[in-house]
Design a protein around this ligand. Structure first.
Ligand code: NAX
Length: 327
């Protein structure tokens, strides 16, 4: 039998995980023929709820799901894992400043980074979803330095998918016609969904969508504020679409990128496009299935560069607020 892929998921009793775990177990992420072991990590108060999730996984009788471990012990949870999906975090509560949120979540991601470096498989790849995901990823990466920096990712894909749908709708085309949708910077309201380089049916988006005021205005703000719009409508934050974006991200990293396209992922900057080295930043990347590179040679208009500067500065500010969590 093929060796199982071992996948750790934190926040496993939460709402994103409730949409994600069943799809992983069904073979949607690593392939229908690949056995999977799930190592589900939660805090103690959520263990009872997690037991219920595991009962439901059992009741699906998934052929590929060979083992499920539940734990609140990070060393146990990350033991031998090939993928670590860091979803669990503490939501922003009323009256909490962004700095407080960074501090609270930093306290989660520092020990997780250390435990991954100590316990995970040598090929481990880590995707941080819990917000603020880019800076949480930076904290985990800096505290897990035995794992090479290029194996730490943060999730920009929900923003990419949101942007693709908005563009397709406006153009009156299927979403499959939209390619090269880069989302630069932070997974926050400062992100820059880059319509300049996006293509629809292989043609530059601004050539297809004649309404340039819409592109520069409503398109960007709809994508930037989509998370808040969903909370307002649903009374809870995006969950199924976030889980779907986790699956898309893992696939984009672990399989070769189709010719003529790219994927938006938060990765460590090596100084590309003037982004300070070490910042965890949303870039368009291409993967060969094992290693990846930031797409090079894109040029930005003055207004696009201004938007990139804003989101870069926000991430620099976040990094400055968590310096005491960095080794
Ligand atoms: P939930 O509140 O439903 O679930 C979070 C779970 O994490 C809870 O079960 C909690 O017990 C657990 N948890 C808390 N601290 C933990 C720790 N130290 N170790 C293990 N588990 C821990 O949140 P959910 O809706 O699932 O969202 C999870 C995170 O994803 C949030 O931070 C959210 O802001 C973030 N999101 C990120 C997105 C992205 O695109 N990067 C989009 C969706 C989502 O907003």
């Amino acid at each position: 039998m093929t060796t199982p892929v071992k996948v750790a998921v934190t926040g496993a009793a939460g709402q994103i995980s409730y949409s994600l775990l069943f799809r992983i177990a069904a073979g949607e992420v690593f392939g229908a023929e690949v056995p999977v072991e799930l190592r589900l990590i939660e805090v103690d108060p959520a263990m009872r709820a997690l037991e219920g999730v595991v009962m439901e996984l059992d009741d699906c009788a998934f052929p590929n799901l060979v083992n499920v471990v539940t734990t609140s012990d990070l060393k146990v949870g990350f033991d031998g894992v090939n993928w670590a999906l860091l979803i669990g975090s503490v939501p922003r509560k009323q009256g909490m400043e962004r700095g407080d949120l960074l501090g609270v979540n930093g306290g989660i991601f520092k020990p997780q980074g250390q435990a991954i470096a100590a316990a995970a498989a040598s090929d481990v790849r880590v995707l941080v979803v819990g917000n603020p995901c880019n800076t949480n990823c930076l904290i985990a990466r800096e505290n897990g330095k035995d794992v090479p920096a290029d194996r730490w990712f943060s999730m920009m894909r929900l923003d990419q998918n949101r942007a693709m749908t908005q563009l397709a709708r406006k153009a009156g085309k299927p979403v499959t016609t939209v390619t090269k949708m880069a989302v630069w910077g932070n997974h926050s309201a400062t992100q820059f969904p880059d319509y300049y380089h996006a293509e629809i049916d292989g043609v530059s988006a601004p050539e297809v969508v004649a309404d340039h005021a819409w592109l520069a205005g409503e398109f960007i703000s709809t994508v930037q504020k989509r998370g808040a719009a969903i909370i307002e409508a649903r009374g809870a934050s995006s969950a199924a679409s976030a889980a779907n974006a986790v699956i898309d991200t893992v696939r984009s990293i672990a399989t070769p990128t189709p010719t003529g396209d790219w994927a938006s992922v938060g990765v460590v900057s090596r100084g590309e496009y003037g982004i300070p080295e070490g910042l965890q930043f949303g870039f368009p990347i291409r993967s060969d299935g094992s290693s990846w590179e930031v797409v090079d040679g894109l040029t930005h208009s003055v207004s696009a560069q201004r938007l990139i500067d804003v989101t870069r500065d926000e991430l620099l500010g976040e990094r400055a607020e968590v310096t005491e969590l960095l080794p």
